[in-house]
Design a protein around this ligand. Sequence first.
Ligand code: DSN
Length: 417
Amino acid sequence: MSNDPSLAIADPEMFALIQGETQRQFDKLRMIPSENYASRAVQEAMGSPLNNKYSEGYPRKRYYEGQQFVDPIEELAQSRIRSLFGVEHANVQPYSGSPANLAVLFAFCKAGEKIMGLGLPAGGHLTHGWSVSITGAYFDSKAYGVRRDDHRIDMDEVRKLAEEHKPKVIFCGGTAYPRLWDFAAFGELARSVGAILVADIAHISGLIAGGAHPSPVGHADVITSTTHKTLRGPRGGMIMTRKELAPAIDKAVFPGLQGGPHVSQMAALAVAAKEASDPSFKRYAAQVVANAKALAKALGDRGYSLVSGGTDNHLLLIDLTNKNITGKLGAKALDAAGIELNYNSVPFDPRKPFDPSGVRLGTPAITSRGLKEADMERVATWFDDAVQSAGADAKLASIATEVQRFLKDYPAPGIAL
Ligand code: DSN
Protein backbone atom coordinates (compact mmCIF):
# COMPACT_ATOMS: atom_id res chain seq x y z
CA MET A 1 0.00 0.00 0.00
CA SER A 2 1.28 3.49 -0.89
CA ASN A 3 2.12 5.70 2.06
CA ASP A 4 -0.07 8.42 0.51
CA PRO A 5 -3.14 6.42 -0.37
CA SER A 6 -6.28 7.71 -2.07
CA LEU A 7 -9.27 8.58 0.09
CA ALA A 8 -11.00 5.34 -0.85
CA ILE A 9 -8.13 3.40 0.68
CA ALA A 10 -7.13 5.78 3.48
CA ASP A 11 -10.64 6.32 4.81
CA PRO A 12 -13.26 4.05 3.24
CA GLU A 13 -15.90 5.23 5.68
CA MET A 14 -15.56 8.87 4.60
CA PHE A 15 -15.16 7.84 0.96
CA ALA A 16 -18.48 5.99 1.09
CA LEU A 17 -20.23 8.99 2.64
CA ILE A 18 -18.93 11.30 -0.09
CA GLN A 19 -19.92 8.78 -2.75
CA GLY A 20 -23.38 8.62 -1.21
CA GLU A 21 -23.75 12.39 -1.27
CA THR A 22 -22.50 12.57 -4.85
CA GLN A 23 -25.05 9.98 -5.97
CA ARG A 24 -27.79 11.80 -4.00
CA GLN A 25 -26.94 15.05 -5.80
CA PHE A 26 -27.25 13.23 -9.12
CA ASP A 27 -30.52 11.47 -8.33
CA LYS A 28 -32.53 14.39 -6.97
CA LEU A 29 -34.13 17.53 -8.29
CA ARG A 30 -32.00 19.89 -6.24
CA MET A 31 -34.11 22.99 -5.83
CA ILE A 32 -32.66 24.79 -2.82
CA PRO A 33 -32.25 28.19 -4.53
CA SER A 34 -28.87 28.92 -2.93
CA GLU A 35 -27.32 25.68 -4.20
CA ASN A 36 -25.88 24.65 -7.54
CA TYR A 37 -23.41 22.30 -9.23
CA ALA A 38 -19.83 23.61 -9.43
CA SER A 39 -17.96 22.38 -12.49
CA ARG A 40 -15.24 19.78 -12.41
CA ALA A 41 -12.69 22.53 -13.14
CA VAL A 42 -13.87 24.57 -10.12
CA GLN A 43 -13.70 21.49 -7.92
CA GLU A 44 -10.21 20.60 -9.15
CA ALA A 45 -9.01 24.07 -8.21
CA MET A 46 -10.55 23.61 -4.75
CA GLY A 47 -8.91 20.25 -4.14
CA SER A 48 -5.20 20.83 -4.73
CA PRO A 49 -1.98 21.52 -2.79
CA LEU A 50 -3.07 25.18 -2.72
CA ASN A 51 -4.75 23.95 0.44
CA ASN A 52 -1.31 23.79 2.05
CA LYS A 53 -0.37 27.45 1.67
CA TYR A 54 -0.64 30.40 4.07
CA SER A 55 -0.77 33.85 2.47
CA GLU A 56 -1.70 36.51 5.04
CA GLY A 57 -1.81 39.91 3.40
CA TYR A 58 -2.54 40.83 -0.20
CA PRO A 59 -0.62 40.23 -3.46
CA ARG A 60 2.93 41.63 -3.26
CA LYS A 61 2.37 42.54 0.43
CA ARG A 62 2.47 39.23 2.27
CA TYR A 63 3.64 38.19 5.69
CA TYR A 64 4.87 34.77 4.51
CA GLU A 65 7.36 33.73 1.83
CA GLY A 66 6.71 31.38 -1.05
CA GLN A 67 3.99 33.41 -2.78
CA GLN A 68 5.37 33.04 -6.32
CA PHE A 69 2.18 31.34 -7.51
CA VAL A 70 -0.32 32.55 -4.92
CA ASP A 71 0.12 36.22 -5.86
CA PRO A 72 -0.80 35.67 -9.51
CA ILE A 73 -3.64 33.36 -8.44
CA GLU A 74 -5.21 36.05 -6.26
CA GLU A 75 -4.55 38.75 -8.87
CA LEU A 76 -6.20 36.63 -11.55
CA ALA A 77 -9.26 36.11 -9.35
CA GLN A 78 -9.44 39.84 -8.62
CA SER A 79 -9.07 40.93 -12.24
CA ARG A 80 -11.58 38.38 -13.55
CA ILE A 81 -14.16 39.44 -10.96
CA ARG A 82 -13.51 43.11 -11.72
CA SER A 83 -14.12 42.62 -15.39
CA LEU A 84 -17.06 40.22 -14.96
CA PHE A 85 -18.99 42.71 -12.82
CA GLY A 86 -17.48 45.96 -14.13
CA VAL A 87 -16.16 47.12 -10.74
CA GLU A 88 -13.02 48.99 -9.75
CA HIS A 89 -11.95 46.78 -6.87
CA ALA A 90 -12.57 43.20 -5.78
CA ASN A 91 -11.57 41.58 -2.51
CA VAL A 92 -11.72 37.82 -3.05
CA GLN A 93 -10.63 36.75 0.42
CA PRO A 94 -13.88 36.56 2.47
CA TYR A 95 -14.43 32.99 3.61
CA SER A 96 -18.13 33.32 2.79
CA GLY A 97 -21.02 35.77 2.66
CA SER A 98 -21.47 36.24 6.40
CA PRO A 99 -17.83 37.29 7.02
CA ALA A 100 -18.04 39.52 3.94
CA ASN A 101 -21.01 41.38 5.43
CA LEU A 102 -19.40 41.58 8.86
CA ALA A 103 -16.21 42.98 7.32
CA VAL A 104 -18.23 45.71 5.60
CA LEU A 105 -19.83 46.68 8.90
CA PHE A 106 -16.42 46.63 10.58
CA ALA A 107 -15.13 48.94 7.85
CA PHE A 108 -17.82 51.58 8.17
CA CYS A 109 -19.59 51.33 11.57
CA LYS A 110 -18.69 51.40 15.20
CA ALA A 111 -20.47 49.06 17.63
CA GLY A 112 -23.87 50.47 18.53
CA GLU A 113 -24.28 52.56 15.38
CA LYS A 114 -27.40 52.27 13.27
CA ILE A 115 -27.78 49.99 10.27
CA MET A 116 -30.75 48.91 8.16
CA GLY A 117 -31.61 45.80 6.16
CA LEU A 118 -34.56 43.73 4.98
CA GLY A 119 -35.85 41.78 8.00
CA LEU A 120 -35.27 38.03 8.04
CA PRO A 121 -39.00 37.15 8.07
CA ALA A 122 -39.50 39.30 4.98
CA GLY A 123 -36.73 37.50 3.05
CA GLY A 124 -33.59 39.30 4.26
CA HIS A 125 -30.42 37.69 5.52
CA LEU A 126 -29.38 37.15 9.12
CA THR A 127 -26.24 39.23 8.62
CA HIS A 128 -28.15 42.33 7.54
CA GLY A 129 -28.78 43.12 11.21
CA TRP A 130 -31.21 40.43 12.39
CA SER A 131 -31.32 40.18 16.18
CA VAL A 132 -29.80 36.70 16.60
CA SER A 133 -26.79 37.58 14.42
CA ILE A 134 -23.69 39.41 15.61
CA THR A 135 -24.76 42.12 13.16
CA GLY A 136 -27.96 42.63 15.15
CA ALA A 137 -26.28 42.24 18.54
CA TYR A 138 -23.40 44.68 17.96
CA PHE A 139 -25.18 47.26 15.80
CA ASP A 140 -28.45 49.10 16.30
CA SER A 141 -30.46 47.55 13.52
CA LYS A 142 -33.74 48.84 12.10
CA ALA A 143 -35.32 46.33 9.76
CA TYR A 144 -37.56 47.23 6.87
CA GLY A 145 -40.14 44.79 5.52
CA VAL A 146 -42.40 44.08 2.61
CA ARG A 147 -45.96 45.25 2.00
CA ARG A 148 -48.69 42.95 3.29
CA ASP A 149 -50.75 43.10 0.10
CA ASP A 150 -48.15 42.39 -2.60
CA HIS A 151 -45.06 41.29 -0.63
CA ARG A 152 -42.90 43.90 -2.39
CA ILE A 153 -40.42 46.17 -0.69
CA ASP A 154 -42.10 49.43 0.17
CA MET A 155 -39.58 52.14 -0.71
CA ASP A 156 -41.73 54.70 1.13
CA GLU A 157 -41.26 52.71 4.34
CA VAL A 158 -37.53 52.31 3.68
CA ARG A 159 -37.23 56.07 3.13
CA LYS A 160 -39.22 56.90 6.27
CA LEU A 161 -37.02 54.62 8.41
CA ALA A 162 -33.81 55.87 6.82
CA GLU A 163 -34.74 59.52 7.31
CA GLU A 164 -35.75 58.89 10.91
CA HIS A 165 -32.71 56.82 11.91
CA LYS A 166 -29.97 58.08 9.57
CA PRO A 167 -28.18 54.68 9.47
CA LYS A 168 -24.48 54.42 8.66
CA VAL A 169 -25.12 51.41 6.41
CA ILE A 170 -28.16 50.25 4.46
CA PHE A 171 -28.23 46.70 3.11
CA CYS A 172 -30.33 45.71 0.15
CA GLY A 173 -30.51 42.14 -1.09
CA GLY A 174 -31.93 39.01 0.50
CA THR A 175 -32.32 35.27 0.53
CA ALA A 176 -36.02 34.77 -0.02
CA TYR A 177 -37.15 37.75 -2.08
CA PRO A 178 -38.47 36.62 -5.47
CA ARG A 179 -38.57 40.05 -7.10
CA LEU A 180 -36.12 42.45 -8.74
CA TRP A 181 -34.14 44.79 -6.52
CA ASP A 182 -34.43 48.45 -7.42
CA PHE A 183 -30.78 49.27 -6.79
CA ALA A 184 -31.15 52.74 -8.32
CA ALA A 185 -33.88 53.68 -5.82
CA PHE A 186 -31.81 52.35 -2.90
CA GLY A 187 -28.74 54.22 -4.16
CA GLU A 188 -30.59 57.51 -4.40
CA LEU A 189 -32.07 57.04 -0.93
CA ALA A 190 -28.75 56.06 0.67
CA ARG A 191 -27.04 59.12 -0.81
CA SER A 192 -29.83 61.38 0.45
CA VAL A 193 -29.34 60.21 4.06
CA GLY A 194 -25.54 59.89 3.88
CA ALA A 195 -25.52 56.08 4.29
CA ILE A 196 -23.21 53.54 2.69
CA LEU A 197 -25.35 51.31 0.47
CA VAL A 198 -24.35 47.64 0.52
CA ALA A 199 -25.95 45.42 -2.12
CA ASP A 200 -25.72 41.79 -1.02
CA ILE A 201 -26.09 39.95 -4.31
CA ALA A 202 -25.29 36.47 -2.96
CA HIS A 203 -28.36 34.86 -4.47
CA ILE A 204 -28.34 36.71 -7.77
CA SER A 205 -24.65 37.29 -8.58
CA GLY A 206 -24.78 34.73 -11.39
CA LEU A 207 -27.92 36.34 -12.79
CA ILE A 208 -26.22 39.74 -12.71
CA ALA A 209 -23.04 38.38 -14.29
CA GLY A 210 -25.18 36.78 -16.99
CA GLY A 211 -27.28 39.89 -17.57
CA ALA A 212 -30.54 38.40 -16.23
CA HIS A 213 -30.91 40.86 -13.31
CA PRO A 214 -30.02 44.57 -13.20
CA SER A 215 -26.63 45.30 -11.66
CA PRO A 216 -26.07 47.38 -8.52
CA VAL A 217 -22.81 48.75 -9.97
CA GLY A 218 -23.04 52.53 -10.03
CA HIS A 219 -25.76 52.52 -7.35
CA ALA A 220 -24.27 50.63 -4.40
CA ASP A 221 -21.10 51.76 -2.65
CA VAL A 222 -20.21 48.20 -1.75
CA ILE A 223 -21.35 44.87 -3.20
CA THR A 224 -21.01 41.64 -1.26
CA SER A 225 -21.67 38.14 -2.47
CA THR A 226 -21.16 34.48 -1.92
CA THR A 227 -19.63 32.75 -4.89
CA HIS A 228 -21.31 29.34 -4.93
CA LYS A 229 -24.95 30.09 -5.67
CA THR A 230 -26.10 31.25 -9.11
CA LEU A 231 -22.45 32.12 -9.85
CA ARG A 232 -21.61 28.38 -9.65
CA GLY A 233 -18.20 28.88 -8.04
CA PRO A 234 -16.55 27.53 -4.89
CA ARG A 235 -17.99 28.00 -1.41
CA GLY A 236 -16.74 31.49 -0.62
CA GLY A 237 -17.38 35.20 -0.54
CA MET A 238 -16.22 38.44 -2.13
CA ILE A 239 -16.59 42.18 -1.77
CA MET A 240 -16.59 44.66 -4.64
CA THR A 241 -16.34 48.40 -4.34
CA ARG A 242 -14.99 51.66 -5.74
CA LYS A 243 -11.29 52.55 -5.56
CA GLU A 244 -11.70 55.07 -2.75
CA LEU A 245 -13.43 52.60 -0.43
CA ALA A 246 -11.05 49.75 -1.25
CA PRO A 247 -8.48 50.43 1.50
CA ALA A 248 -11.17 50.39 4.21
CA ILE A 249 -12.65 47.15 2.88
CA ASP A 250 -9.30 45.41 2.49
CA LYS A 251 -8.20 46.42 5.97
CA ALA A 252 -11.48 45.18 7.45
CA VAL A 253 -11.17 41.75 5.78
CA PHE A 254 -7.48 41.33 6.69
CA PRO A 255 -6.29 41.92 9.37
CA GLY A 256 -9.66 43.13 10.71
CA LEU A 257 -11.66 39.94 10.55
CA GLN A 258 -9.76 37.11 8.94
CA GLY A 259 -6.33 35.53 8.92
CA GLY A 260 -4.91 33.74 5.89
CA PRO A 261 -7.13 33.57 2.84
CA HIS A 262 -8.13 30.17 1.48
CA VAL A 263 -5.98 30.07 -1.62
CA SER A 264 -7.85 27.15 -3.18
CA GLN A 265 -11.08 29.10 -2.88
CA MET A 266 -9.55 32.14 -4.63
CA ALA A 267 -8.21 29.93 -7.43
CA ALA A 268 -11.57 28.23 -7.87
CA LEU A 269 -13.30 31.61 -7.93
CA ALA A 270 -11.00 32.70 -10.75
CA VAL A 271 -12.02 29.57 -12.66
CA ALA A 272 -15.72 30.23 -12.00
CA ALA A 273 -15.34 33.85 -13.16
CA LYS A 274 -13.77 32.61 -16.39
CA GLU A 275 -16.70 30.23 -16.89
CA ALA A 276 -19.20 33.00 -16.13
CA SER A 277 -17.63 35.28 -18.73
CA ASP A 278 -18.33 32.73 -21.47
CA PRO A 279 -21.34 33.59 -23.68
CA SER A 280 -22.95 30.30 -22.63
CA PHE A 281 -23.30 31.68 -19.10
CA LYS A 282 -25.63 34.42 -20.38
CA ARG A 283 -27.85 31.70 -21.79
CA TYR A 284 -27.66 29.85 -18.48
CA ALA A 285 -28.69 32.91 -16.45
CA ALA A 286 -31.60 33.67 -18.79
CA GLN A 287 -32.71 30.04 -18.63
CA VAL A 288 -32.64 30.04 -14.80
CA VAL A 289 -35.15 32.91 -14.80
CA ALA A 290 -37.25 31.46 -17.64
CA ASN A 291 -37.47 28.15 -15.77
CA ALA A 292 -38.43 29.86 -12.51
CA LYS A 293 -41.19 31.82 -14.25
CA ALA A 294 -42.47 28.68 -15.99
CA LEU A 295 -42.46 26.78 -12.70
CA ALA A 296 -44.27 29.64 -10.96
CA LYS A 297 -46.96 29.53 -13.63
CA ALA A 298 -47.28 25.74 -13.45
CA LEU A 299 -47.55 25.74 -9.66
CA GLY A 300 -49.93 28.72 -9.68
CA ASP A 301 -52.14 26.78 -12.10
CA ARG A 302 -52.22 24.00 -9.51
CA GLY A 303 -53.50 26.32 -6.81
CA TYR A 304 -50.23 27.11 -5.04
CA SER A 305 -50.00 30.47 -3.35
CA LEU A 306 -46.82 32.21 -4.47
CA VAL A 307 -45.48 34.96 -2.26
CA SER A 308 -45.69 38.19 -4.31
CA GLY A 309 -47.68 36.27 -6.93
CA GLY A 310 -44.68 34.97 -8.87
CA THR A 311 -41.01 35.55 -9.48
CA ASP A 312 -38.59 37.77 -11.40
CA ASN A 313 -35.49 35.82 -10.48
CA HIS A 314 -34.40 32.28 -9.69
CA LEU A 315 -36.54 31.58 -6.63
CA LEU A 316 -40.10 30.89 -5.57
CA LEU A 317 -41.53 31.22 -2.09
CA ILE A 318 -44.74 29.29 -1.56
CA ASP A 319 -47.19 29.58 1.30
CA LEU A 320 -48.60 26.07 1.80
CA THR A 321 -51.36 27.13 4.21
CA ASN A 322 -54.12 26.66 1.61
CA LYS A 323 -52.84 23.13 0.98
CA ASN A 324 -53.35 22.26 4.63
CA ILE A 325 -49.76 21.30 5.25
CA THR A 326 -46.93 23.08 7.05
CA GLY A 327 -43.74 24.10 5.30
CA LYS A 328 -41.74 21.55 7.23
CA LEU A 329 -44.01 18.58 6.49
CA GLY A 330 -44.26 19.72 2.87
CA ALA A 331 -40.47 19.96 2.55
CA LYS A 332 -40.01 16.51 4.10
CA ALA A 333 -42.59 14.93 1.80
CA LEU A 334 -40.95 16.59 -1.23
CA ASP A 335 -37.51 15.41 -0.17
CA ALA A 336 -38.81 11.86 0.11
CA ALA A 337 -40.16 12.30 -3.43
CA GLY A 338 -36.75 13.34 -4.77
CA ILE A 339 -37.41 17.10 -4.76
CA GLU A 340 -35.02 18.85 -2.42
CA LEU A 341 -35.90 22.32 -1.11
CA ASN A 342 -36.14 24.05 2.25
CA TYR A 343 -38.99 25.06 4.53
CA ASN A 344 -39.11 28.80 4.97
CA SER A 345 -41.04 31.54 6.69
CA VAL A 346 -43.32 33.59 4.48
CA PRO A 347 -43.92 37.31 5.10
CA PHE A 348 -46.19 37.87 8.14
CA ASP A 349 -45.96 34.15 8.92
CA PRO A 350 -48.03 33.29 12.01
CA ARG A 351 -45.85 30.18 12.50
CA LYS A 352 -42.34 29.94 13.97
CA PRO A 353 -39.17 29.86 11.77
CA PHE A 354 -38.42 26.24 12.74
CA ASP A 355 -41.90 25.15 11.67
CA PRO A 356 -43.07 27.82 9.23
CA SER A 357 -45.85 28.00 6.63
CA GLY A 358 -43.81 28.00 3.46
CA VAL A 359 -41.23 26.37 1.27
CA ARG A 360 -38.52 28.05 -0.82
CA LEU A 361 -37.30 26.58 -4.07
CA GLY A 362 -35.40 27.67 -7.15
CA THR A 363 -34.03 26.70 -10.51
CA PRO A 364 -30.24 27.37 -10.52
CA ALA A 365 -29.14 23.75 -10.04
CA ILE A 366 -31.71 22.05 -12.27
CA THR A 367 -30.92 24.59 -15.00
CA SER A 368 -27.23 23.65 -14.70
CA ARG A 369 -28.36 20.13 -15.62
CA GLY A 370 -30.12 21.36 -18.75
CA LEU A 371 -33.79 21.38 -17.74
CA LYS A 372 -35.89 23.82 -19.76
CA GLU A 373 -39.27 25.57 -19.45
CA ALA A 374 -41.14 22.58 -20.91
CA ASP A 375 -39.79 20.38 -18.09
CA MET A 376 -41.32 22.64 -15.44
CA GLU A 377 -44.82 21.18 -16.03
CA ARG A 378 -43.47 17.78 -15.11
CA VAL A 379 -41.63 19.18 -12.08
CA ALA A 380 -44.82 20.93 -10.95
CA THR A 381 -46.81 17.71 -11.32
CA TRP A 382 -44.32 15.78 -9.18
CA PHE A 383 -44.30 18.65 -6.69
CA ASP A 384 -48.08 18.65 -6.42
CA ASP A 385 -48.31 14.84 -6.20
CA ALA A 386 -45.72 14.85 -3.43
CA VAL A 387 -47.44 17.55 -1.38
CA GLN A 388 -50.77 15.71 -1.75
CA SER A 389 -49.11 12.42 -0.81
CA ALA A 390 -47.41 13.62 2.38
CA GLY A 391 -47.35 10.67 4.78
CA ALA A 392 -47.90 8.11 2.00
CA ASP A 393 -44.36 6.74 1.95
CA ALA A 394 -44.81 4.27 -0.90
CA LYS A 395 -46.26 6.92 -3.21
CA LEU A 396 -43.47 9.37 -2.33
CA ALA A 397 -40.87 6.68 -3.02
CA SER A 398 -42.44 5.94 -6.40
CA ILE A 399 -42.24 9.65 -7.36
CA ALA A 400 -38.58 9.65 -6.27
CA THR A 401 -37.95 6.69 -8.59
CA GLU A 402 -39.56 8.54 -11.50
CA VAL A 403 -37.48 11.64 -10.74
CA GLN A 404 -34.31 9.56 -10.60
CA ARG A 405 -35.11 7.86 -13.90
CA PHE A 406 -35.83 11.20 -15.55
CA LEU A 407 -32.60 12.80 -14.32
CA LYS A 408 -30.40 10.04 -15.75
CA ASP A 409 -30.51 11.92 -19.08
CA TYR A 410 -29.33 15.21 -17.56
CA PRO A 411 -25.62 15.25 -16.74
CA ALA A 412 -24.67 17.16 -13.62
CA PRO A 413 -21.63 19.45 -13.87
CA GLY A 414 -18.81 18.26 -11.64
CA ILE A 415 -20.33 14.84 -11.03
CA ALA A 416 -18.82 11.78 -12.65
CA LEU A 417 -20.42 8.56 -11.49
N1 DSN B 1 -27.95 29.93 3.49
C1 DSN B 1 -28.15 30.81 2.36
C2 DSN B 1 -29.43 30.54 1.69
O1 DSN B 1 -29.85 29.39 1.67
O2 DSN B 1 -30.05 31.44 1.16
C3 DSN B 1 -28.03 32.22 2.72
O3 DSN B 1 -26.90 32.42 3.48
